[in-house]
Design a binder for this molecule. Sequence first.
Ligand SMILES: [Zn+2]
Length: 486
Amino acid sequence: MIRGISFALFGLLAARPAGALQAAAGKVDITPILGVEQVYMAGFGATGRRPAGVHDPLEARILLLSDGRRKVAIVSLDLIGFFRRQVQELRRLSGFDQPGTFLFVAATHTHSGPDTLGLWGPWPGVSGVDGRYLKRIEKAIAAKLAKLEKGMAPVVAVGAQGTINPRGLCRDSRDPVVIDPRIAALRLRTRAGKTVATIVNWSCHPEVLGPHNLELTADYPAYVCRDIEAWTGGTCVYLSGAIGGLLTPDKKTGADDWAEAARIGGAVARAARALLKKPAFVDSSARLSAASKVVSLPVENSRYLLMLPHLVFGHRILDASGSTLAPWRRWAIPLERLLGLLRRSSLPWVRTEVAEVSLGKAEILGIPGEIFPELVIGGYDARYAFGHPMIAPGNPDPPDLKKAPKPPYLKRFFRAPVTMVAGLAGDEIGYIIPGYDFKIRSNALMLPRLPGHYEETNSIGPSATGIILDAARELLGGSLTKKPRR
Ligand SMILES: [Zn+2]
């Protein structure tokens, strides 16, 4: 087993003394060039959806931070996801693979952007990714990072955190009902009061526009950022939070349109704005640090195993010793799985990363997939059900809440007053599901799906959850044995 391979990618950057915090921010348009780049739309089923137009530009929203010695960039992409391979390529292109630097990249998970994961091509099993598109945007983002570096200004950090009643904004489509109501905002402004950037973090799938939409859009986060930028100036950086589980827009019946995306985005922007009027802190000497942990995860999902020869998974496939899987094993493993002969010790593995960026009194944890909110905030006592029944009447296979994990949950391990969980950060390994509720058909194909258990089919497997949570707790400075901060 290579679970033990879990090491700091570049170590804690906070070890050396530093100067005043400086920042610069900006956007890069990453909308596919229709008619030139052959993209398919991502999200929902693989139905060969080709974009017919652009409703609003897809952006890479970039915040560059430095204290004179360390350099950290936070990049939010209006994309369904961005594999670690692409993140590493971006680091290489932009010089963020050097000591003392860290590039934190998160996707918003918009369901009306291009396929960047290889899951939504013309038909199921065929990639819809245009490699030219990925290369173009990687270069454009790297160029923007270099440009921003020339315009850094000293900044003050202003942070705020609160909750928002999710009714009418976000609902949980999978039992138990746990809706993360937390919203956090971090504004960086110059000493003269000019906003450089505002980070907003909230948890709900950007899928107001449904499978029938053929116009590229960043979905409701476009409206969050439009409103925030109109109010404060500067660049808005939207970070999707703990959206697994599955948190989806609470739309008015039948509404699947731009007005609905504007309504939800506008409400989130207003909540962030109200919070920032009464901030939790104004920090003129915020200390910058970043760290990440690379962890290995076993590929347990039967469907991924059966597709192993063609797995467009954005990862190098490893064997149990951590070496690249021998080519013949990519063919032998599916056969062994089909025949029920695959041993646990022969499972393939992939590497991913968990990251943490700290800005004095604000902490951002990057989780490389769609984590279920209950793993972050708990809520098995119905405190985050907001009037919905915890278990829908008639659920044929309800979760056994007696077996649900006990506290402390991940949020208790943060130490700063303003905390953010950014999902799909550094990678997209799919849903991160509590082990007690990970249910699949025991046949090799995992078909038919158990009703209400869609997420398992888009998860790397049940073991990933504990490995990622352990790494997250370690980065946050806690451990299972240490008493967490209340
Ligand atoms: Zn999703």
